[in-house]
Write a protein of this length. Structure first.
Ligand SMILES: [Zn+2]
Length: 423
């Protein structure tokens, strides 16, 4: 062996040893609001965690490099309001609010964490945990409904409130319980809201209120200026009956007062809870949602809502800057549910990463009532990593050219035999 050959093989060994990353995303534009990054940046992952973030990470340091030039990289999205208590074959008995199966909708839309917003109550939460949360690849967290059986029907949500039972469950399941939900209440009093607040106080977690039926005895402005605590969430912020714009064309002052108190305004688009006539003038006046969420369920998934990227694209089309749209879908919801290990791509964090194509053109968006808005941009999810694993790959990045593979690839050698037909 010549000296040169020895030198080369040593160099090759060195190169192998230098592959300290499992995967490298190269050439993308990273928006990581927590770390105040909005720049061209490579991201490497190893062992399910972010192992490096830098302007130029050499491909030689990674076992696999995916070219994401032209895409925006973001932390995996956190959908703060979804319904995923889906129990096939048992729907009438348990499942809540027309739930869907989480993995069917998450990764293909850049979502790596879904917060189930009260589909289960304190009586059936453990069934939800065992049948869905523990079986999904999606990171599913939960807000427990103040009503015992959660969202089986509107009727179950009117009664059976127990703050102490929720506090006990929140302590027992603190790895997944992040909040309390009150929804679809139709009585003229504040019981559902106030007992949810009591549960939130006992468990030291926020509550989310879907105000349900808007009644004169309990006006919405009292919800956000009196009943909710700082850090509590008003979802369906752009629902039809919410008074946003006064006779002077300006946002009502009580909404600024609520925001100043620390109340969190969440989109929760859903199948009936988002009207352009409220959203467009509100965003035009610079009052952006704190958190963008879908209220994903069977009634919204194929309607105007569609998914997280579509809901985010609507906000973009109404003038909310891209960086703020990303913040409201990643770092802010993580803060709201006190899961600050999520929603950012600091070295050492979970490698939950999404990559979006921001398309330019003419796009139409409809609200929950068919009203249409023209937009010039649209987000499309091209790639999603969950814990460093490629969970969605819209454009086949990193795949091998099939012509370069063995002529018999795709056969399990130990089981399969190609038997040609007789001549
Ligand atoms: Zn909902």
């Amino acid at each position: 062996m010549s000296r040169i050959a020895v030198f080369l093989s040593t160099a090759a060994l060195f190169a192998l040893g230098a592959q300290q990353h499992d995967l490298l995303l190269k050439g993308g534009h990273l928006i990581d609001p927590k770390n105040n990054i909005d720049a061209r940046m490579d991201i490497a992952v190893r062992g399910g965690r972010v192992s490096a973030v830098a302007a130029n990470i050499p491909p030689s340091t990674a076992r696999l490099t995916l070219d994401v030039t032209g895409l925006y990289l973001t932390p995996g999205l956190i959908d703060l309001h979804a319904h995923v208590y889906f129990t096939p074959g048992n729907k009438d008995a348990w499942a809540g609010d027309n739930s869907v199966q989480p993995d069917s909708f998450s990764f293909r839309t850049g979502v790596t964490t879904m917060v189930d917003a009260g589909s289960s109550g304190w009586r059936n939460f453990e069934n939800f945990r065992h049948t869905v949360i523990d079986r999904a690849d999606t990171r599913v967290l939960a807000m427990i409904n103040i009503a015992g059986f959660g969202m089986i029907t509107d009727i179950t949500e009117q009664k059976d409130f127990d703050p102490k039972a929720i506090a006990a469950l929140a302590a027992k399941h603190k790895d997944v319980v992040v909040g309390v939900k009150s929804a679809h209440y139709r009585q003229p009093d504040w019981q559902s809201v106030d007992l949810a607040v009591e549960a939130g106080r006992l468990a030291n977690i926020p509550i989310m209120v879907d105000f349900g039926y808007f009644l004169p005895q309990r006006p919405y402005y009292e919800l956000v200026t009196k009943h909710l605590r700082p850090g509590d969430i008003t979802t369906h912020m752009f629902r039809g009956p919410v008074p946003w714009i006064g006779p002077d064309g300006k946002i009502y002052p009580y909404l600024y007062e609520a925001r100043k108190r620390g109340v969190i305004f969440d989109v929760g688009h859903g199948g009936g809870s988002f009207v352009m006539r409220n959203a467009v003038p509100t965003l035009a006046q610079g009052f952006y949602p704190d958190t963008i969420s879908t209220d994903l369920h069977t009634g919204s998934m194929n309607a105007g809502m569609q998914d997280m990227p579509t809901t985010m694209s609507k906000m973009l089309s109404m003038g909310m800057p891209l960086k703020e749209v990303i913040r409201a879908s990643t770092w802010k919801p993580a803060q709201v549910i006190k899961r600050t290990e999520l929603g950012h791509l600091t070295v050492g964090a979970f490698a939950d990463i999404a990559a979006f194509n921001v398309m330019n053109g003419n796009f139409g968006y409809i609200d929950a009532y068919g009203a249409r808005l023209e937009g010039k941009q649209r987000l499309v999810c091209e790639l999603t990593l969950k814990n460093g694993r490629v969970a969605w790959n819209w454009n086949g990045r990193g795949g091998d050219d099939y012509k370069k593979l063995s002529p018999t690839y795709g056969i399990r050698e130990e089981f399969d035999h190609i038997v040609p037909p007789p001549r």
